[in-house]
Design a protein around this ligand. Sequence first.
Ligand code: SF4
Length: 486
Amino acid sequence: MDETPFGDADDDSLHEECGVFGIFNRTDAAPFVTLGLHALQHRGQEAAGIVAFDGTQFHIERHAGLIGDTFTKQAVLERLPGHAAIGHTRYSTSGGGGLRNVQPFFAELSAGGFAVAHNGNITNAMTVQRELQRRGSIFSSTSDTETILHLVATSAARLFTDKLIDALSRLEGAFSLVGLAPEKMVGVRDALGIRPLVLGDFEGSPILASETCALDIIGATFVRDIEPGEMVIITEDGIESIFPFQARRPRFCIFEYVYFARPDSNIEGRNVYDIRKKIGAELARESHAAADVIVPVPDSGVPAAIGYAQESGIPFELGIIRNHYVGRTFIQPTDAIRHMGVKLKHNANRAVLEGKRVILVDDSIVRGTTSQKIVQMVRDAGASEVHMRIASPPTRSSCFYGVDTPEKAKLLASRMSVEEMADFINVDSLAFLTIDGLYRAVGEPSRNAHAPQFCDACFTSDYPTSLTDVEGADNVRQLSLLGGVS
Ligand code: SF4
């Protein structure tokens, strides 16, 4: 599985939908946010926004496109003066509403200006929105993030922090949030801690970021993960930490370790690259096949393939080369071009594959269309056998916590057995990592069926929160179209 250009209807990938970054008490804060968001670009490539505060005024810039194409322009950065700034980078479905849904969201509230950006998805956003609309609220977007602003605005609490706690207490789902108010930056993680959020420090300036790779880019120091259910309030006086929500057993997204997070990030004490290699080693132990070469589907399958090769003793080879210069485009390609999509991105390396028994390693199978094309490409390059090994359990259910997933019916594993999938993608054998194998790779003895240690709902359908909006909808896709774009 790998990313494809935005707007490609043939896209066969899961997409993390957001990355957040904020820095406080730093002269010229916005360029630091630009760099942080650049490091988080893998979490969202469609659009980005930055809000800066200069002590008197908030300044807002929101643009479509990659960070490097927009926020590196001098003119844009000059419009973002200030000593504190937060930013957001975003992926959304093509029906996700354009610039009006780009974060951070900002509003002048009775308590002062407030900007907010979040990673995750609020699973009762539509229900809360309808209730607010009945009471007179007017929404300017279809983003669930705007719901947070409205709830803060309408809270009866007196102090800003209490208003925010009041607002967030009404919400279900996943949110790792950064907020900016006059003279304070806040960071909040939902009680389950589904999405990551870390605290860093750059020469005394506190930072909040989705992943540690966003600290590394500016040479900042990792301080600690924000805890599930924690709110940090950062002011000139220091950092206050409170736990205002009802405590729950954390359920961090296990798919962050499989695919979403950058391999050089550390999350909750684990290095993502190291976990991916362990996943590959588990896969090799669970589903060995006699083969001549281990070949990753680049780039996301590489660390697991290295782990598989090290464990099995079968040589690792780059039998598929990825072209990194396939630009992202907002123009829908023609049908003919769309069907060429995989070849534009990947090419088989015949010198490695010809006459060989190949084990292909990929991180997951979504619709199966990319796998089909990759396998055919490897066969066309002369492989004598193709065995596919997947570094996660079958993806059978949609994610409602900030990952853009096709509806369940479109997930290959929701409608086919493993044998049927093997036929569909035309491999000699197909095996997935077991759920316990995945848990072992992240350092747990096994999945605790009564009290799962992680969110793994896309594999198990065991959702850790209510799905209020979905349960009331005929089409489960509705949630991600209307609310799941943050
Ligand atoms: S459903 Fe899957 S992708 Fe979504 S939060 Fe849970 S584990 Fe992560």
